[in-house]
Ligand binder design. Structure first.
Ligand code: ADP
Length: 486
């Protein structure tokens, strides 16, 4: 049995802004099922403390330069037996708002201080200096919010093996030299082979330089981040680590308890491959929810997404608007929140085409399930996509994903070209260029195939047969842990 400390700034169902939270719950749970001693460490945000009523203080840590001691609260991840350690520093984490942003929007101004405290506590726990009497074999850090921890313990003689997983290279935690000084970090970390990144301080680089091994969440994204286009200036470092065999892509899995069309409590009617016809009940329910004409024969497209440029929302808007202007017989429902301009564009589209477009601005877990179950196709035209979860949920729900050929989308969706349809491997639709025209062309292909129910039905079945559970992914991580410990 290995002892694994799993560090993440968001964990479903306690707090979530995106896929990182899903992974940070599912992977530790899958590792537990493999009898590993895995413990999650995360910040004690207000929402988490309110949600967990049984926490116990198990350690108190004094950090240099931080006035109040930091407590470690112990609990269990809901609906699991995974031990949870919450880093309780009320000044940093006990406040209203999101994990990274203020209630009225915009990042917290003290994010560097907040996540340096988090990282310092991770570091202390990782080298058993937090009075917890537990020494992990593996420290598994995730994304920039944990990036300083590997840097802080890199030279410690009794440190665990360190893995750093990139969930999205676009968010790096970049701050000025002044911030670096204010954080009281060892001066030796300030160099281009350390945290310094073109005159700035990079939290992410702490993980990329000092971890023993880097992973990211799909094989294609692992290659892409070594290129100028996707590397954000870190492609040299990442290519070097890839050449050393220290960068691997491991696809995320999905939680089959949570995302299962046969048992989903949020949807109007559950269904399986055998009862696939029942999916139509969910379609009518979604149309009703969004006050659209309830028509089974109408192609219904769905989006559930953070509304940011990465997700290609503008491409979807442009392509769909053009098709609607031409009078296409399609409907679109969209659930999301993010950049105000995209939210506004969606509202405008809804106002222009009230019987074709439904929009819900916000974050709504049950509705996300209902859309996955109800729509015919799921739109995910991302400019880049480290792994992506919604296309995996879509496959599972017999909802055919329309994706750009990038990152995890490229690795998980098989395009409905003739050859793939003939050999029964097609599960969705893919396009190459990040342009509305390329997406629109694909939508014509989709509309054509939708008129051929037998082929469509076959694709739905093939999609539902795909297995993207955590079983495979967890096995790959376990193998990696073993390799590192050897
Ligand atoms: P990312 O992490 O880049 O946002 P992923 O596809 O990896 O993208 O994960 C997104 C996760 O967040 C999925 O579980 C998705 O269902 C969920 N999600 C995104 N936006 C919303 C929303 N508005 N309401 C409910 N769930 C959402």
């Amino acid at each position: 049995m290995r002892k694994i400390l799993f560090a993440s700034s968001e964990v479903h169902s306690l707090i979530k802004t995106g896929g990182l939270a899903d992974v940070s719950a599912s992977l530790p749970m899958a590792l537990r099922q493999h009898d590993q001693d895995v413990r999650i460490i995360m910040p004690a945000y207000r929402q988490c403390i309110e949600r967990l009523t049984d926490t116990q203080t198990v350690a108190i840590i004094k950090l240099d330069g931080i006035h109040e001691p930091v407590e470690i609260l112990q609990s269990t991840l809901p609906d699991s037996d995974v031990m949870l350690w919450l880093v309780h520093s009320p000044f940093h984490f006990d406040r209203d708002g999101g994990p990274y942003s203020q209630p009225q929007g915009g990042d917290w101004e003290d994010n560097a201080a907040r996540f340096s405290v988090f990282s310092r506590v991770i570091a202390a726990v990782a080298i058993n200096q937090a009075d917890l009497n537990w020494r992990p074999d593996i420290l598994h850090c995730n994304d920039w919010q944990t990036g300083l921890a590997p840097a802080l313990i890199a030279e410690h003689p009794h440190r665990p093996a360190i893995i750093f997983t990139i969930h999205n290279l676009a968010y790096q935690g970049l701050y000025s030299r002044d911030v670096f000084e204010a954080l009281n970090l060892p001066e030796k970390l300030w160099n281009s082979e350390g945290l310094e990144f073109y005159g700035l301080m990079s939290f992410m680089k702490g993980g990329l330089i000092y971890a023993d091994h880097i992973t990211t969440v799909s094989p294609s994204y692992a290659e892409e981040i070594c290129s100028y286009e996707f590397g954000y200036g870190l492609e040299g470092l990442l290519s070097y680590r890839a050449q050393q065999g220290q960068l691997t892509g491991i696809l995320n899995g999905i939680d089959h308890n949570e995302w299962n069309s046969e048992t989903d409590p949020y949807i109007s009617k559950t269904y399986s491959i055998k009862t696939i016809r029942n999916k139509a009940v969910n379609k009518l329910a979604v149309q009703r929810y969004f006050s659209l004409p309830e028509k089974e024969e109408m192609l219904l497209m769905g989006v559930v997404s953070r509304l940011v440029s990465q997700k290609g929302i503008d491409l979807a808007l442009d392509a769909v608007t053009h098709l609607l202007e031409l009078g296409a017989n399609i409907q679109l429902v969209c659930l999301g929140s993010g950049e105000p301009a995209f939210e506004q564009d969606l509202r405008v589209l809804r106002a222009r085409f009230p019987d074709k477009v439904g929009v819900d601005i916000g974050y709504n877990e049950p509705l996300a399930h209902q859309i996955e179950a109800g729509v015919d196709v799921f739109l995910m035209p991302s400019r880049f996509e480290p792994c992506g979860l919604n296309q995996l949920y879509s496959l599972r729900y017999g909802t055919l994903p329309i994706v750009r050929n990038t990152g995890g989308l490229a690795d998980t969706v098989v395009d409905a070209i003739e050859e793939n349809r003939t050999n029964n491997s097609a599960t969705g639709f893919k396009f190459e260029l990040s342009t509305p025209e390329a997406l629109e062309e694909t939508l014509y292909r989709v509309m054509d195939l939708f008129k051929r129910p037998r082929i469509w039905r076959k694709m739905m079945v093939t999609a539902m047969e795909q297995d993207y559970s955590w079983e495979n992914s967890a096995a790959s991580y376990l193998q990696l842990y073993d390799d590192l410990l050897d």
